[in-house]
Write a protein that binds this ligand. Sequence first.
Ligand code: SAM
Length: 229
Amino acid sequence: MGGSMRWGAAGCDLMHGLMKRTRHGDIARFDQWSGSYDRTPGQSFFRRIHRPVVEAICSRRAMPRRVVDIGCGTGRLLEKVLHRLPDAELVGVDPAEGMIAVASQRFTAEPRVRLEVAMAEHLPLADASVDVVTTTMSFHHWADQDAALREVARVLAPGGRFLLADVLGIGFFGRIMRSTGGRHGIGYRDAAELTRLLHDAGFSAWRRRHLFWPGVPIYLVEAHLAATP
Ligand SMILES: C[S@@+](CC[C@H](N)C(=O)[O-])C[C@H]1O[C@@H](n2cnc3c(N)ncnc32)[C@H](O)[C@@H]1O
């Protein structure tokens, strides 16, 4: 099995507390969905989101040595990264135990991959220990985006990068999704909110790139920590 699935009693208590408070009960839904998640119609679209994220991870001359994917689901993004970064350690984090169980099957006997049942709001990782943090189509589910982004900044090394691919409440269709998206819409941040969240978490700069065609408000956000603390 690809790594530890446990991170201590205190962490579990905190995680279950946060899970109870989560806006949507989404985690339970993802847990139930995990067994069939990869066969669900529309997953090819998710794979298209993964591609530019993988390219962005590998876009620097100095390749990252440690990459963390938050809300990793069944581990498909990490699988692509594994082949592109032959020397890197990869960590997948997801609060849905079923998702981590499926990911564990994918990485059986792969010592470079570690998987953790954990939430973005409480990452089981040491300070300044990661070069790149990624997350795809998960951010809008996070119960406490403020706390989670502070965690992302905490675990990133100086100069580290955060790559966030998700629906944003930006542009005409983004605003529509935000207002009609029910429970999900709350998590679709507009540009001002995202700037505030990233700034408060300690990121020094960020830029966004629109993925796909204009009617689909999915963006890749790249945020940086200052190179000197
Ligand atoms: C739509 S799935 C995306 C999975 C994967 N990243 C992909 O691209 O296929 C969203 C994932 O976010 C996870 N998630 C929900 N709330 C979370 C939180 N607070 N912290 C981390 N992950 C969370 C869910 O369990 C689920 O696996």
